[in-house]
Ligand binder design. Structure first.
Ligand code: ADP
Ligand code: MG
Length: 452
């Protein structure tokens, strides 16, 4: 392999693992040679070699073997190019796999996803607090809030943030023992330890970590002995002033079947809510993904209006949003067509249908009356003064635009008004929208609030 071929692979790797990982782990590798299917690298320390092999081995191998199919193993040697050279000229002895045990030890953690770093996390209003708290913990300074508790619906980035903290801590504070696992894995290890009569080992391992992260803690609700053990582990670590990060799909107080004493302990630290994404955040996430796809599909381009369309229409969860984009690129490259709005509608019909959120007329009425500071009863009631009539017409307009209700159905929900009244209201707002900048702005704001 030539030097420029290696450089080309490096730029691919940078995209796959993110800037921070790349600088910390990939950049220090020195490519040496390929021989009998084994690609050899020299590394500055044993630790780095083991770490890269364990955490980036798969992606490194995958990336290299795409370009050079003959490569099927990786090998890492300590030393600079010159001193290591004689070793690799003979048969390479150490495979990527055989170096694993050294760093992995017996730590029962779950593997970290290489894509989940701070570099790839897009920050917006709905997640800025969670991001800031995660960043703070990732600095590895003195423990200030314990535990840090993240909660929010599926696909809002809880796992991503936890992995990002783990990656960053590993890079900044390699002296710390950082353990990430799901609550389900915690239970599994616990049950296994019970079965194998290895409870002492289990306790020993969990109580010797410096940072413990347990994902999806709602899983242990209702599982009594696991909860009990979790509680003890938790207390032991808090007593030693060790950092704990927990995530769940809802606030601690709302997890059914979780013991009260655990709930109250979980609430002791910082509880941060990841809010549902808003339009801007979704667009930001799509744009950052597109950057990554540009490398993979250099000939395909996607226009801003397709991204805006997706950000508007897929508002449920980021995983679905990402899946949609992946499918779109794959489909377009297969059929050799440009990515247009029609193509998107075509290829994503099922996702678009499933993520259609049903907005109700009642929700619209509520939001609009809040916005104009009037009572809901006045919006629906008979008063015809402009203070009520205008918001009423705006709500009618939004109901016509954003729901599939017919004019008579909308009329019924506005205190039994006639469909011609609704029609008149909708027309009036359409005129106002053009003449009055304030109304246009209100409409846009309301629409976004309703879509969020
Ligand atoms: P959760 O654990 O809250 O269910 P995940 O962390 O697994 O959600 O996120 C789901 C997917 O969405 C992942 O691929 C993740 O990278 C992506 N994602 C979520 N939030 C963001 C964000 N703010 N920026 C970039 N990617 C995100
Ligand atoms: Mg998760």
């Amino acid at each position: 392999m030539e030097k420029n071929q290696w450089d080309e692979l490096l730029s691919k790797l940078k995209h796959s693992v993110g800037e921070a990982n790349f600088q910390n782990w990939i950049a220090p590798l020195e490519f040496q040679s390929v021989s009998e299917g084994v690609a050899t690298f020299s590394v500055p320390t044993n630790f780095l070699g083991n770490y890269v092999s364990q955490n980036f081995g798969d992606i490194l191998l995958h990336t290299m073997s795409q370009r050079f199919p003959e490569i099927n193993r990786l090998s890492f040697h300590v030393g600079s190019k010159s001193t290591a050279a004689p070793v690799t000229d003979t048969k390479p002895a150490v495979s990527a796999r055989s170096t694993e045990a050294v760093t992995a030890g017996d730590m029962p953690g779950a593997p970290l996803d290489v894509r989940f770093t701070f570099d790839t996390f897009v920050v917006g209003k709905p997640n800025e607090l969670a991001h800031a708290a995660a960043k703070r913990v990732a600095e590895g300074g003195p423990v200030t809030f314990n535990p840090l508790f993240f909660y929010g619906g599926v696909g809002l980035g809880k796992t991503h943030l936890m992995h990002a903290v783990a990656w960053e801590l590993r890079a900044r504070r390699p002296d710390l023992n950082v353990l990430y696992l799901s609550a389900e894995q915690f239970m599994y290890r616990f049950v296994q330890a019970l079965r194998d009569r290895k409870m002492m080992d289990f306790k020993q391992i969990f109580r010797s970590v410096d940072v413990l992260m347990v994902d999806d803690v709602q899983f242990i609700a209702g599982k009594d002995s696991t909860q009990e053990e979790f509680f003890h582990t938790f207390n032991a670590l808090v007593d030693q002033n060790k950092q704990i990060i927990i995530s769940a799909d809802r606030a601690p107080g709302e997890i059914q079947g979780l013991e009260d004493r655990i709930k109250s302990r979980l609430q002791c630290g910082l509880v941060v809510d990841l809010h549902p994404t808003d339009y801007e955040l979704r667009l930001g996430i799509l744009q950052s993904k597109v950057e990554q796809y540009r490398v993979q599909y250099p000939s395909l381009d996607i226009s801003q209006n397709v991204l805006e369309f997706l950000a508007h229409r897929i508002s449920t969860n980021v995983r679905v949003l990402e899946g949609a984009l992946t499918r779109l690129f794959a489909f377009a490259s297969l059929v050799g067509r440009p990515i247009t709005l029609e193509l998107a509608q075509d290829c994503l019909a099922d996702i678009l249908r499933a993520s259609e959120r049903k907005i109700t007329v009642e929700e619209i009425q509520r939001k609009v009356s809040e916005h104009y500071n009037i009572r809901l009863s006045d919006m629906i009631g008979p008063k015809r003064v402009r203070t009520y009539a205008r918001p009423r017409q705006i709500a009618m307009y939004l109901a016509k635009q954003m729901t599939s209700r017919s004019l008579p159905e909308i009329g019924r929900r506005f205190g039994g008004r006639d469909h011609t009244t609704v029609m008149h209201g909708v027309k009036r707002v359409e005129e106002l929208k053009v003449q009055d900048g304030q109304i246009a702005e209100d409409l846009e704001l309301l629409r976004r609030a309703l879509e969020a």
